[in-house]
Design a protein around this ligand. Structure first.
Ligand SMILES: [Zn+2]
Ligand SMILES: [Zn+2]
Ligand SMILES: [Zn+2]
Length: 153
């Protein structure tokens, strides 16, 4: 059998994989890579858009899970706009945890959501809005809570 792209003979382990053979994919490894590259080049926008949509869906799945509700909300201020919501580690170790997962300080959000789903949500997390999340990490406690406590005095 020859490669239908470059016409070189196909030899398993040299320029062809067993798995290609099983799939009746009569294209050598080099030409397969070329095709992939071209496909990516020609469909760049579509591919990155699809990735974005998938990442967004995974994020929503995680938010719903941790809010225990079909309408995710901020645990602190009840914010319901999804765009404002994020996941928070109750003890502020999110950064460290991501780093230990990916060996890098910028394990990206979408990798993190994918990891959570794949591992069946192994971490205990809270859904917070960005405001509450940032206030909490800057001041240790969100002003919502602090001020509410102060008002109750
Ligand atoms: Zn070829
Ligand atoms: Zn909030
Ligand atoms: Zn708050």
């Amino acid at each position: 059998m020859n490669c239908i792209d470059c016409n070189n003979q196909l030899t398993i382990k040299i320029n062809w994989y067993e798995s290609y053979k099983k799939k009746n994919w009569y294209i050598c490894i080099i030409c397969t890579l070329k095709r992939r590259k071209n496909y990516y080049r020609n469909n760049k926008d579509e591919i990155s858009l699809r990735k974005k949509v998938i990442a967004r869906e995974k994020r929503i799945i995680c938010l719903k899970h941790y809010s225990n509700s079909d309408t995710p909300f901020c645990k602190c201020c009840n914010e319901k706009f999804r765009e404002f919501l994020t996941l928070d580690h109750p003890n502020n170790d999110g950064y460290l945890h991501r780093r230990s997962l990916y060996g890098t300080q910028n394990g990206s959000g979408s990798d993190f959501y994918r990891w959570l789903i794949k591992n069946n949500f192994p971490l205990k997390l809270d859904v917070l809005c960005w405001n509450c999340n940032i206030s909490k990490s800057l001041y240790g406690i969100c002003p919502h809570i602090e001020r509410m406590a102060w008002l109750r005095k």
